[in-house]
Design a protein around this ligand. Structure first.
Ligand code: SF4
Ligand code: SF4
Length: 351
């Protein structure tokens, strides 16, 4: 059966409150497993504190041309939430007036926001040099209005970070939908053709791997070797780095865990793989996440769980570096996904 967003299915899990109840009750309430707070307290790392802002990660809309099985955003074609130009202008003001060096655009498919290109052009004028766009690849082939995206990315030296769960058609299409693999391969070849991902190129093309089931990712370096070998041999594709990301137990992945009766085993696996040295570098310590409406969160996962920053500053229009720096990060049991094994962030492992 084709995946639909939790919103479209009118699932109770579409409500973040319900997800947080699941993450706080059961095995964590009865003491079978320690809460994340008690775990990080063992090494005196509670409360987790935000450091200086380096990366502004902006979710410019939940609309997507895909409906992947494990999407933590619950994105899909039915989602209408899209950031307005006015909110983008507020983000630009912050970017111009802080030491943040990286603008990280995510979604949904960020390219589907009608002001996506305007935003990048304005941010380039504002002096931002380091842009990340989290592209699902298939958007480049979804409609002819997107066919020139590789050239557009090149013009602004955008760092393209793309999901690619496997180098085989079967595993990729199972997680991301029928036909995704073939379109992704074509898009990667088009990115290579304009210079992205080539060994000496400064046009960065990185891929993101996330497991296709209720298990943790393997070793990032050895997976990168396997991906590089297979994609080069089979399709002549090159890329720079592979980021191995752990699926966090929220949204559609939480729904999958519950439906497949893997939720408790997965939480046990995350807690068993807890690595205290990954805690210091979790991405919320140097990143701020902005929602399509301009509200501020410690990370994209907290945004989806509707856990706002612990500060009197709640919106990008009120941004105040002094008041936000040093704030306590809002945590729950989903945070175990960032500290398992070698740790996990939007840039792959952290430990
Ligand atoms: S491409 Fe990304 S945002 Fe879109 S449904 Fe898949 S995981 Fe979610
Ligand atoms: S889920 Fe978010 S708040 Fe929790 S550790 Fe990961 S980045 Fe930080």
């Amino acid at each position: 059966m084709k995946t639909q967003s939790l919103h479209k299915r009118e699932s109770t899990l579409a409500q973040s409150k319900r997800q947080l109840e699941i993450l706080s009750n059961g095995i964590f309430q009865n003491g079978e497993l320690p809460t994340f707070k008690s775990k990080i307290s063992e090494t005196n790392q509670f409360p987790l504190k935000a450091k200086k802002l380096e990366i502004l990660q902006i979710n410019i809309g939940y609309m997507c041309n895909q409906v992947c099985e494990h999407c933590h955003v619950d994105a899909g074609p039915d989602r209408q939430e899209i950031m307005t130009k006015e909110t983008m202008q507020q983000c630009l003001y912050v970017i111009k007036n802080t030491g943040a060096h990286t603008l990280d655009l995510t979604g949904g498919a960020p390219e589907m926001n009608p002001n996506f290109r305007w935003f990048i052009e304005e941010a380039a004028k504002a002096g931002i040099k380091d842009f990340i766009v989290r592209s699902n690849l298939t958007i480049i082939r979804a409609n002819k209005k997107y066919y020139d995206l590789p050239e557009f990315f090149k013009k602004h030296n955008v760092h393209v970070v793309s999901s690619m769960p496997h180098w085989t058609r079967g595993k990729t299409d199972k997680q991301r939908g029928d036909g995704v693999f073939d379109k992704s391969i074509k898009a990667l070849q088009e990115l290579n053709a304009v210079g992205y991902g080539m060994p000496d190129s400064n046009l960065r093309l990185d891929l993101v791997y996330n497991p296709s089931g209720a298990f943790l990712p393997g070793d990032q370096a050895s997976m990168e070797k396997d991906f590089k070998k297979a994609l080069l041999e089979d399709f002549g594709i090159q890329f720079h780095n592979l980021f191995a990301i752990t699926n966090l137990p929220i949204s559609r992945f939480l729904d999958y865990l519950i439906a497949s009766e893997n939720y408790e085993d997965y939480m046990y696996a995350l807690v068993e793989a807890y690595n205290p040295s990954a805690v210091a570098n979790v991405m919320c310590t140097n990143t701020l996440s902005v929602s399509w409406e301009g509200y501020l969160f410690d990370c994209d996962f907290n945004q989806m769980l509707e856990l706002p920053v612990s500060s009197k500053i709640k919106h990008i229009s009120e941004y105040n570096e002094e008041l936000l720096e040093g704030r306590n990060i809002v945590i729950s049991q989903h945070c175990y996904g960032c500290t398992a094994g070698a740790g996990s962030s939007c840039q792959g492992t952290v430990a």
